[in-house]
Design a protein around this ligand. Structure first.
Ligand code: IMP
Ligand code: MG
Length: 183
């Protein structure tokens, strides 16, 4: 669906479908260069990273393996609970592998900082993070992120995989959710 389908739910469109496609393509090219000659396992974090992963993987002109993890860090609201739990683990043994974690947004950083050390303990050759969005003002943890699409203000955003109570994930663009929707 498009922003026009949502009437008053969005305050603004932050990134259009076209801008997102272009930026995801650029990130894919950076990763291709950095991992040339190396095997690459992309680990997508369900469910938000589905769109980024699908578009990024298809932007590559090389083979790439994909696996998925599901973790819970949020309840059904708009604030991080700080509690991370694995709901679905990897099917792949990552020892000796070059891993890039793919996520759609880093907010407090709690989820990815926990995940990075969890995956780091499984003897991978390397672990890096790729996120489409990051909210620098919301960060509660120092976390090293190699690939970032955009830094954004500390506001709740939806679309392109990002949800509010499981809605808006199938919006093509990324927009700021109007406070009247969640207050
Ligand atoms: P963190 O642990 O606070 O960095 O939160 C990570 C997860 O919270 C993300 O992967 C999203 O699933 C969710 N999240 C954080 N900010 C937003 C937002 O603005 N919109 C939708 N989901 C968000
Ligand atoms: Mg997520």
């Amino acid at each position: 669906m498009d922003a026009a389908d949502l009437e008053q739910d969005l305050v603004n469109v932050l990134f259009t479908e076209k801008q997102i496609q272009d930026r995801v393509g650029e990130l894919a090219r950076d990763i291709e260069v950095d991992y040339s000659g190396k095997d690459l396992l992309m680990v997508g974090i369900l469910r938000g990273a589905v769109m980024v992963m699908a578009d990024m993987a298809r932007s590559f002109s090389r083979h790439v393996e994909m696996d998925w993890m599901a973790v819970s860090s949020y309840g059904s609201g708009t604030k991080s609970s700080g509690v991370v739990r694995i709901l679905k683990d990897l099917d792949t043994d990552i020892s000796g592998r070059h891993v890039v974690i793919v996520d759609e947004i880093i907010d407090t950083g709690l989820t990815l900082s926990w995940l990075t050390s969890n995956l780091g303990s499984r003897s991978p050759a390397s672990v890096e993070i790729c996120t489409l969005l990051r909210k620098p003002e919301a960060l509660q943890m120092p976390i090293e992120v190699k690939y970032v699409g955009w830094d954004i203000p500390n506001e709740f955003v939806v679309g392109y995989g990002l949800d509010y109570r499981e809605k808006y994930r199938n919006l093509r663009d990324i927009g700021t959710l109007a406070p009247h929707v969640y207050s």
